[in-house]
Design a binder for this molecule. Structure first.
Ligand SMILES: [Zn+2]
Length: 359
């Protein structure tokens, strides 16, 4: 093994262990970014760029298609779970095993060992995914070097238990405020009750039938829910204000504006209310009908699943690059003290990607 360097000759499972033993909680990725950059610069078939603690390596073979393999190199804070430990059943334990150094190891192995892929490849290693969105390295690269991220299709090697997860849902959170007139509750007829005024909003939500929208063969199940209600002044006062917080999780066939218009429409006829947008992030189309994506799902097998949370696939989608999650980790183990990954899953993921990119 090169002194202090990453050894890309070892298999992806061993490489995962080496990456875990290179601690890189968000904000402290520099040493690992240095190691990744140094390791990749050793390969003449790759053009390597660096921006902050983000590293992008590309092949330039003039192929018809370009595919992006992306992963974040940071982890959540270490919880006494570094260095890594391999147990007798082939399970590797440690911070970042599942989320997502196993995926990063697969990226590095493909970068090192597939010098003549059937599609041009772009490898993106970025920092600060586990913290506030404005720090996200993928977002910074997209702003500073958008040309580094051009491509026809992207795979994020986030933990997905080896299943293809396409696109992601959008999310919108709004505050609906009703108002009334404050009065002593002994003379309630002198006031107007703002909490009662929220009743039609709640009953509309209770009877709302969310859509189930199928896109590229994936069913996205929407949801429109009250997630908080605030109101009331004192035990003897008719309240003059009430706020219902509503969260809409929607299929990626509509954009942020259409989602907001839909929410306004749902509550029209529910009396008087004032609406404020509290949070809004658009979804991402799965793009599984693109030829590169189709070849990918054929090669890795299994039934693609819709992604319910919001992930960085949306950033690629905003750049016009359809993207999916596909990685060896288990999302249910991410961020846990007993985070771990089955090494056989890492090797399987590497092999499937190699098949897709060399067939
Ligand atoms: Zn992650």
């Amino acid at each position: 093994m090169p002194h202090n360097g990453l050894d890309l000759n070892q298999d992806a499972a061993r490489l995962t262990a080496q990456l875990v033993d290179f601690p890189s909680p968000s904000g402290e990725e520099r040493a690992l970014a240095d190691a990744v950059e140094t390791a990749l610069r050793a390969f003449p078939h790759l053009t390597v760029g660096r921006y902050g603690n983000n590293v992008v390596a590309r092949t330039r073979l003039g192929r018809d298609e370009r595919v992006i393999l992306a992963g974040h190199i940071d982890t959540v804070p270490i919880a006494g779970n570094v260095p890594s430990r391999l147990d007798d059943s082939g399970v590797l334990w440690g911070c970042g095993t599942s989320d997502m150094k196993a995926g990063v190891a697969v990226q590095l192995r493909i970068a090192a060992t597939v010098p003549e892929p059937n599609r041009d490849l772009t490898f993106v290693f970025y920092d600060n995914e586990e913290v506030a969105a404005h720090l996200n390295g993928l977002g910074h690269v997209a702003e500073a070097h958008p040309d580094w991220l051009t491509g026809d299709f992207a795979v994020l090697l986030e933990p997905s238990s080896g299943q293809v997860e396409g696109g992601c849902q959008g999310t919108l959170r709004v505050l609906l405020r009703t108002s009334g007139v404050r009065a002593h509750s002994a003379r309630g007829w002198m006031g107007e009750n703002a909490i009662h005024a929220a009743a039609p909003i709640l009953s509309r939500l209770a009877s709302y039938e969310p859509r189930r929208k199928v896109i590229d063969g994936l069913e996205y199940r929407e949801g429109l829910n009250a997630v908080r209600v605030e109101g009331g002044v004192a035990g003897n006062v008719i309240p003059d204000a009430c706020t219902v917080t509503v969260n809409y999780r929607y299929a990626p066939d509509i954009d942020e504006e259409q989602a907001l218009a839909h929410v306004r429409e749902v509550f029209s006829g529910c009396g008087e209310w004032e609406l404020t947008v509290d949070d809004s992030s658009g979804g991402a189309l799965p793009g599984l009908s693109h030829p590169a994506a189709k070849a990918f799902t054929d090669a890795v097998g299994g039934e693609p699943q819709p992604k319910y949370g919001w992930t960085d696939v949306s950033r690629f989608s905003a750049l016009g690059v359809p993207a999916v999650n596909y990685g060896p980790g288990d999302p249910n183990l991410a961020h846990k003290r007993d985070e771990r990954v089955e090494t056989s899953k890492i090797l399987h993921c590497e092999e499937r990607l190699r098949t897709w990119l060399t067939a």
